[in-house]
Design a protein around this ligand. Structure first.
Ligand SMILES: Cc1cc2nc3c(=O)[nH]c(=O)nc-3n(C[C@H](O)[C@H](O)[C@H](O)COP(=O)(O)O)c2cc1C
Length: 226
């Protein structure tokens, strides 16, 4: 029987970390994390996930290609799917701002400093220097239910990583550059790039890694009926 405290500790200690050490993580360890994570439930056991793992030279090449597109204002960014509604509304605007400003203030980036914000956003494409990057795709013909399943798989990866002393950052920032990623990794046309994920050993000394995002109390989102 698993001690619930162990499971809680893995979930409670997970944060999105945005600076990593070069310490390598083996393909065997990543493969084991993915095997464990793939025990996630999915509607009628469809297991809609596909994962592309990049390290070393391939990771460098992918980063360079996506960064070049990110730094080109004329590059036609297209959303492979819609993550956020536009316009966004409360209470979500405030929560989004709090985490954005929290991160930028830790990095000494002032509100409105678009150049520095652009550079920091670009750190996504280097997987924040993590030794391993992952790109997640789903068959475009699948429905919203399979995207729900996908979230459980992603969370399982992040929890399994914590159990091994590793940290992660899920990265939707990759989605607008799906054409570049598709070319670099030979991803079939029918697969939608959902997000990326950095995984590795966090740099504990990095100011951005001190960010702890807030959560609403249970009473704010749960209603109990007796
Ligand atoms: C699917 C998904 C995509 C995300 N994309 C990014 C991203 O591109 N870049 C980034 O720095 N953080 C990204 N995040 C991290 C969120 O900002 C973070 O989860 C949120 O602020 C809560 O903080 P926490 O993960 O540290 O608890 C993403 C999170 C999720 C779940």
């Amino acid at each position: 029987m698993t001690d619930f405290k162990t499971v809680d500790a893995a979930m409670l200690s997970r944060r999105s970390l945005r600076a990593f050490l070069p310490t390598p993580v083996s393909n065997e360890e990543i493969s084991e994390i993915l095997r464990v994570a793939s025990r996630a439930p999915s509607g009628t056991n469809m297991q809609p996930w596909k994962v592309y793992v990049v390290t070393g030279k391939r990771k460098q090449q992918l980063s360079q290609a996506v960064l070049a597109a990110h730094n080109d204002p004329d590059y036609p960014r297209e959303q492979a799917y819609s993550y956020y509604p536009s316009p966004l509304f409360e209470p979500y605007i405030s929560r989004r701002r709090a985490v954005g400003w929290g991160l930028y203030s830790l990095l000494g980036i002032e509100k409105g400093d678009k150049e520095k914000m652009h550079v920091q956003h670009g750190r996504n494409y280097e997987f924040f220097d993590a030794p391993v990057g992952m790109i997640f795709t789903i068959d475009e013909r699948l429905e919203i239910g399979s995207w729900l399943d996908y979230g459980m798989f992603l969370q399982n990866i992040m929890t399994a990583a914590r159990g091994r002393g590793l940290d992660t950052c899920p990265q939707a920032a990759f989605a607008p550059f799906h054409t570049v990623i598709r070319d670099e990794l030979d991803i079939p046309e029918q697969e939608v790039v959902i997000c990326g994920m950095a995984i590795g050993h966090a740099d504990a000394g990095a100011p951005e890694n001190t960010l702890v995002s807030e959560r609403e109390p249970v009473s704010a989102f749960a209603t109990f009926y007796d």
